[in-house]
Design a binder for this molecule. Structure first.
Ligand code: NDP
Length: 453
């Protein structure tokens, strides 16, 4: 009986994935994300055949709405530029759509769909009432003047504003979208609609932003890691850590690691990495990346003891105890994973979205590496965004300590929920399955209750 049920759940998952591949050609990242989630749901479908009967999987892999639009703007030379804008409103079963905007030349519909799909389960794991969405553009803010970025953001919002709202869809930042971009987007939304509402998160503190939002994803990642290590009888103090990237997530993960007595010895950007055996001086990285918007290789001009190497991949060859990939998707492949394990790395926490390939995750699991999957470990950013929405609704601001304490509790709860769910489904220690199942169950139950919509 059990094996007949397994076969039918397995066959159902295969069929849904096949339909997805047919419907969405040329979207490998989306299929990768769907496969990882759906395959871990087989035991859930065995226990809950009613999910199959009402087509939960068929519906959950199909976005409620996908918006693609033209973004024309004029550069500093007076030349007209045209980019493509996206917003994929994936699932609103448990709350208004919520998810970041990514501005990067690699953005196309498949990337936004992979991120939006992941966002459904991540948002569910936070325990807060937020649905899943993602958006962005193939615009590259790198090397653009503030004026060009502003004109682009204004044009982007001139279309996006009609699809979003404080109780409808609340975008935030992601790669290439930080405080500057959110400010320009917010200004244009307010100008068009005349509304002063919490329609975006990651806002500046003087106009409705929340304390700790800037730090939240990086801090949250380290809180998650701390709890995972605590359960394994370990701690961050005294550990050597590698952090890839040098953007928002990477910088604040590094800050929290240092605060807890760990030592980050390497950081990177898309051109290369710096290695500083005595520990990265974070103030220098902040100055280079947040203020001057320059490349990480500038670091060695300030600290000649550090070494810069071209190619960001080399960072995984550095000996460490803990690795925190905080740059982009698929940055750790099987070879990089094997190198990390060989060099003694025993814990990996995903700050970026889907930074490890399926083959890399398999290597980590085979070697018993403590693993924090992205949708659980990096959920601190969106959780704090939801806290920003709460404060906006209340017309009130919590202190740094209040928000930080809530963030920490949310990350501890996420880890415990993931760990408990993995045990309940007979896979103790399998945080990938635990996160997928725990995130899915809440959304699936809400979809069951709301009928076929
Ligand atoms: P930022 O734009 O602030 O920083 C991104 C960093 O990653 C930069 O150092 C960038 O280098 C590097 N990077 C980007 N693309 C690539 C690439 N293709 N190859 C190598 N390096 C690359 O973004 P965030 O820190 O906000 O986001 C980083 C990751 O974390 C993303 O996966 C994002 O989806 C995820 N995330 C972010 C959240 C947030 O709150 N910001 C929340 C949850 C997840 P360079 O400057 O050279 O491009």
């Amino acid at each position: 009986m059990a094996s007949a049920a397994r076969e039918s759940a397995q066959a159902h998952v295969e069929r849904v994935m096949e339909t997805g591949r047919r419907r969405n050609p040329h979207a490998p990242e989306f299929h990768q994300a769907v496969k990882e989630v759906l395959e871990s749901l087989v035991p859930v479908l065995e226990r809950h055949p009613e999910f199959i009967e009402v087509g939960i999987l068929e519906r959950i892999v199909e976005p409620e709405r996908q918006i693609i639009f033209r973004v024309p703007w004029v550069d500093d030379r007076g030349v007209v530029q045209v980019n493509r804008g996206f917003r994929v409103q994936f699932n609103s079963a448990i709350g208004p759509y919520k998810g970041g905007l990514r501005f990067h030349p690699s953005v196309y519909l498949g990337i936004i769909k992979f991120l939006g799909f992941e966002q459904i389960f991540k948002n569910s794991l936070t325990g807060l009432p937020i649905g899943g969405a993602k958006g962005g553009s193939d615009f590259d803010p790198k090397g653009k003047s503030d004026g060009e970025v502003m004109r682009f953001c204004q044009s982007f919002m001139t279309e996006l504003y009609r699809h979003i709202g404080a109780d409808i869809d609340v975008p935030a930042g992601d790669i290439g979208v930080g405080a500057r971009e959110i400010g320009f987007l917010y200004g244009q939304y307010k100008r068009i609609t005349g509304l002063y509402t919490g329609v975006l998160t990651g806002k500046g503190l003087s106009y409705g932003g929340s304390l700790v939002r800037t730090e939240a994803t990086g801090y949250g990642l380290v809180y998650f890691m701390e709890e995972m290590l605590r359960e394994a009888g370990q701690s961050i103090a005294g550990k050597t850590v590698i952090v890839s990237g040098s953007g928002n997530v990477a910088i604040y993960a590094t800050e929290k690691i240092h605060e807890l007595g760990g030592k980050v010895v390497a950081m990177s950007d898309s051109n290369g990495y710096v290695y500083e055996p005595d520990g990265i001086k974070l103030a220098t990285v902040k100055q280079i990346k947040e203020v001057e918007r320059k490349r990480i290789k500038e670091y060695v001009n300030h600290h000649p003891t550090a070494k810069y190497s071209e190619s960001c991949r080399g960072i995984w060859g550095i000996k460490c105890d803990i690795a925190l990939p905080c740059a982009t998707q698929n940055e750790i492949d099987e070879e990089a994973a094997r190198l990390l394990v060989k060099n003694g790395c025993f814990a990996v926490g995903e700050g970026a979205n889907m930074p490890s390939t399926p083959e890399a995750i398999k290597v980590f699991q085979e070697h018993g590496i403590l693993f924090g999957p992205a949708k659980a470990a990096n959920a601190g950013g969106v959780a704090t965004s939801a806290l920003e929405m709460t404060q906006n609704s209340m017309r009130y601001s919590w202190t740094f300590e209040e928000v930080d304490a809530k963030l920490k509790q949310i990350m501890v709860n996420i880890y415990r929920n993931v760990s408990k769910t993995a045990k309940e489904y007979g896979m103790p220690g399998n945080t990938v399955a635990g996160a997928n199942i725990a995130g899915f169950l809440k959304v699936a139950n809400a979809m069951m209750a709301q009928g076929i919509v």
